[in-house]
Design a protein around this ligand. Structure first.
Ligand code: ADE
Length: 276
């Protein structure tokens, strides 16, 4: 896959893309990433990339010409005809694992990092094919958002992660949050790893993990369960847990965890007790 990123701050990408999975994927030629400085596509002495907003108002707006010219120069290269041109902006559709998967299927993607008060509307209307937001908050530019998108996409490319299986269990890939993970030691400061994980019984381990994933999703992101692919038995489990939740006292408004109170997540579904 080839990714072109248009930005006013190319230096921001130097660190992240030269480490970890990015470096490995680039070294193995599974992905190539080109960073383009939008300023390089200006023609005036001062390399002007922004200007005042017509109609007044605070803040500057990114000019259309350098962005159009940068994209056109990239697209003029062979093999770059039908490709997504994505503007990173808080006004875009909310990024998700599903969108990462969609993008990972393309051979070539262009990402444009917005800045300042916005981008001239003609870029939206006549150049980009999609607009993506990484969340309902405003960053000072699209660069961090582009890194998030690239990270989520690159790790989906075949051969990038060590084990393809590790992709399948991850949070959001199954439609559920991931089950709890443990490594050695089996007992740390008196806190033990759940017995079942030490049992060597892979059927029981898979069952426990699935139940934990369902319970965790119900507790933290219940809306995800509506779309998750659950068996009839699992749907019944969810209904039972929901009943328990609806009869338990309301959760504390504090966003911080109350340590030691495991709630539905710590317990086996059959022994779940919600009267904390
Ligand atoms: N640029 C500024 N804020 C953003 C966001 N939340 N997502 C994508 N791009 C952005």
């Amino acid at each position: 896959m080839h990714i072109d990123i248009l930005t006013l701050f190319p230096q921001m990408f130097q660190g992240p893309f030269s480490l970890g999975i990015f470096k490995r994927a680039i070294d193995r030629k599974l992905v190539s990433i080109n960073i383009h400085n939008i300023r390089d596509y200006t023609h005036d002495k001062h390399h002007t990339v922004d200007d005042y907003a017509y109609g007044g108002g605070a803040g500057m707006v990114l000019k259309p010409e350098p962005i159009f010219e940068a994209v056109e120069s990239i697209k003029s290269k062979p093999g770059a005809d039908e490709l997504p041109i994505i503007l990173l902006t808080p006004q875009g559709r909310l990024f998700s694992q599903q969108i990462a998967l969609e993008l990972s299927k393309y051979r070539h993607v262009i990402l444009i990092c917005g800045h300042y008060e916005g981008v001239d509307e003609r870029v939206r209307e006549h150049l980009v094919t999609d607009e993506v937001s990484i969340g309902d908050y405003v960053l000072s530019g699209g660069e961090l958002a582009a890194m998030v998108v690239v990270d989520a996409v690159v790790r989906l490319l075949p051969g990038v992660l060590g084990s393809e299986a590790s992709l399948l269990d991850n949070s959001h890939v199954t439609g559920l949050l991931e089950y709890p993970q443990y490594t050695r030691p089996a007992v740390y400061r008196g806190w033990s790893v759940p017995e079942v994980l030490l049992s060597g019984n892979h059927t029981q381990i898979a069952k426990w993990r699935r139940e934990q994933a369902i319970q965790r999703t119900l507790k933290r992101r219940p809306e995800l369960l509506d779309k998750a692919n659950l068996s009839l038995e699992e749907r019944q489990l969810v209904d039972r847990l929901r009943d328990c939740l609806s009869t338990s006292p309301p959760l504390s408004p504090s966003p911080f965890k109350e340590r030691g109170k495991s709630g539905i997540e710590g317990a086996s579904p059959l022994q779940t007790s919600l009267d904390e």
